[in-house]
Design a protein around this ligand. Structure first.
Ligand code: NAD
Ligand code: UGA
Length: 468
């Protein structure tokens, strides 16, 4: 059967579904793309005339939406109808870590995958190609296939695995110029149909094809290897602080060896984001399931080091501020898990803010892109710290660096937003309380300039700054 793909449905209008289908739509003007979601609020934001209200902040995304939306790119909540029309269906739903039941805290929760598969089985056209875009444990395609083909309705679906490798903040660039596209499957015609779509803008030698299981596993392992580099460099950042070495120089020297490579060697407050921790936890779970204890404990250490890194930074802050932050105003610069995104999932800001609230600090928070309501929602989970008895807040969210640094004892730089690199210390330092401190968890502050204006500096992995 030769496929003629004219209509594509993507289930899940999130950080992957939205940007991915926007780039597809740009390069495939003859195909109609329907991105569907059960979350009405999210879909309304995707359809907003004000492009500043898109649910996701991603550089370059607004331009694509402007170009394609309403032409060959549509966002809606009509999940069943759009599945029914589609020749190819991408599953791009969330797959977070299970919070209860068997495998809680480790295994992926596949209930959204299960539900989408049942919807496809019921409403999809026989012969449609179903593409796993979500990151899934190895062998999930088998589960999806069983659900799809067990409906007694004689429908047949072909399944492909096509994991996504985009990173938030650079998603459009990653989708336009990927290092590789991976397609796993066992049906050559279905594989060729997907290759044909990608080859509208990607060179054929960048498109790798494998069996289903290798494709699923490669995605988990890619994330595990990336996260491992961060834990490696973070573990060494602590050693630099003790020995007087500088992690930036060590990263440069080490990464200059082509066998190691220069990327992903930046020390920080620990990796955040919705995927690294979830995917490594899943890898640990699968390894244990297959009785591979050593493999499991090896990868578990990557997560352990990550937790240790943010925790030790919280401790350094409290110790440096004379052992107590109780009643002190602490400015938090950045709440997103990295720059150029409004995503706060698993952001190190969350655990650092929690630790400081536990110690009685008053937080003044500023992030250029994260919605205030998201930060409030996250910090409200720490119930004891919602409001003081006199009605004052334990944290406030402000609109600029200047407002957030007013009267504070210390600034904690958590996200590497460009505007934090260029803080004008002559303006900020005089409005801080003395002795004033900046704790730079990303090593982006100009240490000399801050010190010149009387601000003490602690910078991650920098043994020459004033740390204990
Ligand atoms: P997300 O939470 O932003 O989006 C998922 C969307 O799916 C949500 O809006 C949810 O409402 C919707 N959904 C769930 N069940 C549905 C159903 N039955 N019908 C319609 N809509 C439904 O998640 P995300 O960040 O886009 O990640 C999606 C998947 O892609 C995950 O498996 C993730 O691991 C993987 N991934 C994410 C990234 C990333 O950078 N965020 C990168 C690569 C891969
Ligand atoms: C990551 C991967 O980079 C993507 O390839 C993958 O598709 C995606 O996960 C996924 O599966 O979800 P993402 O989490 O969006 O992308 O962002 P990264 O750039 O990988 O950053 C993750 C975290 O690591 C951030 O908190 C970032 O600040 C931190 N990081 C990154 C460092 O601390 N140091 C570095 O050198 C690089």
């Amino acid at each position: 059967m030769k496929y003629n793909i004219k209509n594509i449905c993507c289930i899940g209008a999130g950080y992957v579904g939205g940007p991915t289908m926007s780039v597809f739509a740009k390069h495939c003007p003859d195909i109609q793309f329907n991105v569907v979601d059960i979350n009405t609020e999210r879909i309304n934001k995707w359809n907003s005339q004000n492009l500043k209200e898109l649910p996701i902040y991603e550089p370059g995304l607004d331009t694509l939406i402007k170009k394609c939306r309403g032409k060959n790119l549509h966002f809606s909540t009509q999940v069943e109808a759009k599945i029914a029309d589609a020749d190819m269906i991408f599953i791009s739903v969330n797959t977070p870590t299970k919070v209860s039941g068997f495998g809680a805290g480790k295994a992926s929760d596949l209930k959204w995958i299960d539900k989408s598969s049942r919807q496809i089985s019921k409403y999809g056209k026989s012969g449609a190609i179903v593409v796993e875009k979500s990151t899934l444990p190895v062998k999930t395609a088998q589960t999806i296939e069983e659900i799809l083909n067990s409906n007694n309705n004689n429908k047949v679906f072909k399944i492909l695995s096509n994991p996504e490798f985009l990173a938030e903040g650079s998603a459009i660039n990653n989708l336009e110029f990927p290092d590789r596209v991976l397609i796993g499957g066992d049906d050559n015609e279905a594989i060729n149909a997907l290759i044909e779509i990608y080859s509208n803008w990607i060179e054929i030698d960048k498109i790798l094809t494998t069996d289903l299981w290798s494709s699923e596993l490669s995605k988990l392992i890619s994330n595990a290897f990336l996260a491992q580099r961060i834990s490696s460099i973070n573990s060494i950042s602590a050693l630099c602080e003790k020995t007087g070495a500088n992690i930036k120089e060590v990263s440069l020297a080490v990464g200059s060896d082509k066998r190691i490579g220069e990327y992903f060697l930046e020390a920080g407050p620990g990796f955040g984001g919705s995927c690294f921790k979830k995917d490594i936890s899943n890898l640990v779970y699968i390894s244990n399931y297959y009785g591979l204890k050593e493999t499991a404990s090896y990868w578990q250490k990557v997560i352990d080091i990550n937790n240790w890194q943010s925790n030790r930074i919280s401790q350094i802050i409290v110790n440096t501020l004379f052992g107590t932050v109780s009643g002190k105003r602490i400015c938090i610069l950045g709440f997103a898990f990295k720059s150029n995104t409004n995503d706060i999932r698993e952001s190190p800001a969350i655990s650092i803010c929690r630790d400081l609230l536990e110690e009685g600090a008053l937080l003044q928070i500023y992030d250029p892109r994260v919605e205030k309501q998201k930060i409030n929602q996250e910090l409200s989970k720490f119930k004891n710290h919602k409001d003081k008895s006199n009605g004052d807040k334990y944290w406030i969210i402000l609109n600029s660096i200047k407002e957030a640094t007013q009267n504070c004892d210390a600034i904690i730089v958590i996200t590497e937003w460009n505007e934090f690199k260029d803080i004008v210390w002559s303006e900020i330092a005089p409005s801080m309380r003395h002795p004033s401190w900046v704790f730079d968890t990303r090593s982006i502050i100009d240490v000399k300039k801050a010190k010149k204006h009387g601000v003490n500096v602690w910078s991650v992995g920098n043994g020459s700054t004033n740390n204990k």
